[in-house]
Design a protein around this ligand. Structure first.
Ligand code: HEM
Length: 248
């Protein structure tokens, strides 16, 4: 009697590679033009946005930083929900997978915004090269900003890995995916140690809730797989073929 062995579940990517690249390139170029080129072409418009000491870029960068970290948190929570099987209760594994990927893409877009818009801030005064090269922002917390830059590049690699999964295979993809834990920790510590808002009560509550809830899901995931190992769920036996009824 044969036994059904479940194949690793493969889900279609929810956003195709062309749409992803178009979106990614458009947001990057649009922001670079807005932050680096427009102020010299249209100085009056740039002045009306921020005056002599434009803080608007700084506020925008800080706001999008938290949006990006929150989307990363949500993507991690959905991913853990898929592996610890909580997602079966809600919203279902395929929907959780699609959301997990989509939210990660959106979070990366906000991280791009967060990083590029800070180029407009005259106090931090980063150059484009410093933005691209980890640990090179000598005048502003190079180590912790560098950790944020590493988190960003890891994020790019993980997003690309969604698209090359058929090429690298499911096992390598899963292995690569474990880097997301390191990425989240890097994003979290980067925010904690380079952010202006860290000393604010709301920001500290935010960081505790973000890290604490993921730790809970992570421990639940480990316990679920230990319990599955100790008491393996009974595998369904394959149904014997239903005999055809003779018709005429
Ligand atoms: C190229 C990559 C990155 C660069 C250059 C960068 C740069 C910075 C800088 C300069 C600050 C300090 C801003 C301030 O408060 O004055 C900061 C804060 C922050 N960043 Fe990033 N970052 C990068 C990637 C990321 C990523 C990937 C995340 C999310 C996962 C992130 C989340 C945050 C958070 C939450 C803060 C704290 C904001 C605050 O306290 O107001 N950053 N980043």
């Amino acid at each position: 009697m044969s036994v059904n062995t479940p194949e690793p579940v493969e889900y279609e990517s929810s956003v195709n590679i062309q749409s992803f690249l178009t979106f990614f390139i458009a947001i990057t170029l649009g922001l670079l033009v807005a932050v680096l080129i427009l102020p010299s072409w249209l100085p009056n418009m740039a002045f009306s946005l921020g005056g002599n000491a434009p803080k608007a870029y700084w506020y925008l960068s800080r706001a999008t930083a938290f949006v990006s970290l929150t989307l990363l948190w949500l993507s991690m929570a959905l991913g853990l929900g898929i592996t610890n099987k909580m997602a079966r209760l809600w919203p279902g594994a395929p929907a959780a997978f699609a959301l997990h990927e989509y939210v990660s893409l959106l979070g990366l877009a906000f991280a791009v915004f967060h990083a590029i818009v800070i180029l407009g801030d005259r106090y931090i005064n980063f150059t484009l090269l410093q933005l691209l090269i980890p640990f090179s922002t000598v005048d502003y917390r190079p180590f912790w900003v560098g950790i944020g830059q590493l988190a960003f590049y890891t994020w790019v690699i993980l997003v690309i890995s969604f698209y090359i999964r058929p090429v690298i295979g499911h096992k390598s993809w899963r292995f690569l995916h474990y880097a997301s834990f390191g990425m989240y920790l890097m994003g979290l510590s980067h925010g904690l140690f380079s952010g202006t808002d860290t000393s604010a009560g709301w920001a500290q509550n935010y960081y505790w809730i973000s890290a604490g809830s993921l730790l809970f899901l992570f421990i639940y995931r480990i316990l679920a797989s230990v319990i599955d190992g100790l008491f393996p769920p009974k595998k369904k036996l394959s149904q014997p073929p239903v005999p055809r009824t003779a018709q005429g």
